[in-house]
Design a protein around this ligand. Structure first.
Ligand code: IMP
Length: 207
């Protein structure tokens, strides 16, 4: 019988990316929070880093579901010119919840800043809580620049204003596969996948 690997996220866009990137695992059946009958209030994310917040989430859900392997992720955008903001507050800057409003706010904050000073990176920390109580954390980063206007319709969040290094298009102008080949989330998730393969052996790796 397969173990359950529960991804503690209720962001449907992240869920799609996780499914694409992790793919099938021989030893694990992947589940998401919205597939479970139990509805649990999310924990307060009051950590000081992406790692701390992802650990808070995976410990919290891991303690509810002791028989599962539980993985959670925390991610965000860090902009050099804004001293690393919005960073761990990427999901809720100025209490804004709509992606378009957050994108507009960032572009306003960078008004007049030339392209070479618009450097930024996406960061993702993925944690794994194993039933025997160990916690592992895997980090992925992707560097790039913030565009002058939103471009593209794919993806979510800040994808329409993030141009990865050595690329001309934003993440939102790329196909799913192109974003996955470059993204912070895919780098962190592939480290998780590699760990699961090494530990639990019979799994096939590869995008
Ligand atoms: P979290 O759910 O607290 O991890 O929030 C992460 C926030 O960072 C999201 O709501 C997005 O605004 C932003 N973010 C993280 N990863 C991505 C990405 O791959 N593309 C665009 N925005 C992202």
């Amino acid at each position: 019988m397969k173990n359950i690997l529960l991804f503690a996220t209720s962001n449907l866009k992240k869920e799609e990316e996780i499914k694409r990137i992790i793919g099938n695992l021989d030893n694990f059946e992947i589940k998401f929070l919205n597939e479970l009958e139990a509805k649990i209030e999310p924990p307060e994310e009051n950590g000081n880093s992406f790692e701390e917040n992802s650990i808070i989430k995976c410990k919290y859900y891991g303690n509810f579901f002791r028989e599962f392997y539980v993985s959670s992720e925390d991610s965000g955008l860090m902009i050099d010119f804004l001293q690393g903001a919005p960073g761990i507050y990427s999901a809720r800057i100025n209490s804004l919840s709509k992606d378009e409003e957050k994108v507009k706010l960032i572009l306003n904050m960078l008004k007049g800043v030339p392209f070479e000073k618009r450097e930024a990176k996406f960061v993702c920390a993925v944690s794994l809580f194993e039933p025997h109580g160990t916690i592992k954390v895997f980090r992925g980063e992707t560097k790039g620049n913030i565009s002058f206007e939103p471009r593209g319709k794919n993806g979510f969040g800040y994808d329409p204003i993030f141009i990865p290094k050595n690329e001309k298009r934003t993440f939102a102008e790329m196909s799913d596969d192109e974003k996955d080949s470059l993204s912070h989330r895919s780098k962190a998730l592939l480290k998780l996948k590699e760990y699961l393969v090494e530990q639990y052996n019979k799994t096939h790796i590869g995008l």
